[in-house]
Design a protein around this ligand. Structure first.
Ligand SMILES: CC(C)(COP(=O)(O)OP(=O)(O)OC[C@H]1O[C@@H](n2cnc3c(N)ncnc32)[C@H](O)[C@@H]1OP(=O)(O)O)[C@@H](O)C(=O)NCCC(=O)NCCS
Length: 172
């Protein structure tokens, strides 16, 4: 039986993660992949940046503390998911607590729901009692995925759906 895991980005990550990030491309539907088409040296600098951001260090202007996780099935990387430790006004409008992308060759297999469920544990460990997800109205796969994970639509405005997932102990 296969097992799924989430692990935070680390300077020690290898070419399997880089291959996944290249397959994901520049990003879509509001998800930005800053690690597309990088040289090895640039990739290592990116990983260092992720590690530091996870500790609240070297944050870009207007950014909050954020941990980037790789989602794996056994050892194979399937996707990336970013957890913002808090919201600011910009994230409240667009971005929310959580952003993600599955590598295109592994989409539509149910893994997105597993990945999102998995990140709710570290979110809870941060002391968050609910998380915000902002999703373009047209992004049906992402909306379904969030709804399957308990997301409740608060409102839709300006082409964006605002979903909250309550992090109750019953989801542990
Ligand atoms: C959103 C995304 C992570 C979903 O990952 P996934 O592994 O394909 O999702 P799942 O297979 O778990 O499917 C989740 C739900 O969406 C449905 N779904 C999947 N792909 C779909 C599609 N292309 N059209 C409509 N529904 C779709 C599934 O049937 C499932 O619903 P169900 O529970 O009713 O069966 C993936 O499509 C992706 O990486 N998209 C690009 C990046 C992106 O949009 N990020 C989100 C920004 S808010």
């Amino acid at each position: 039986m296969s097992s799924f895991s989430l692990e935070p980005a680390s300077i020690h990550d290898g070419d399997d993660i880089l291959a996944m990030l290249n397959e994901i491309g520049r990003g879509e539907n509001g998800f930005h992949n800053h690690a597309y088409n990088l040289t090895w040296k640039e990739y290592k600098a990116y990983l260092n940046h992720c590690e530091r951001n996870s500790k609240g260090l070297s944050l870009d202007k207007g950014h909050v503390q954020q941990t980037t996780y790789w989602f794996r099935q056994d050892s194979y990387p399937l996707g990336v998911i970013k957890l913002r430790h808090e919201l600011n006004d910009s994230l409240r409008r667009q971005g929310g607590h959580i952003g993600y992308s599955m590598r295109p060759s592994e989409r539509g297999k149910g893994y997105g729901k597993v990945m999102l469920q998995a990140v709710l544990n570290p979110a809870r460990a941060l002391g968050l009692d609910k998380v915000l997800l902002t999703i373009f109205i047209s992004n049906i796969a992402s909306r379904k995925m969030v709804e399957r994970c308990g997301g409740v639509l608060e409102r839709s405005e300006g082409g964006i759906c605002y979903y909250w997932i309550e992090l109750t102990t019953s989801q542990l």
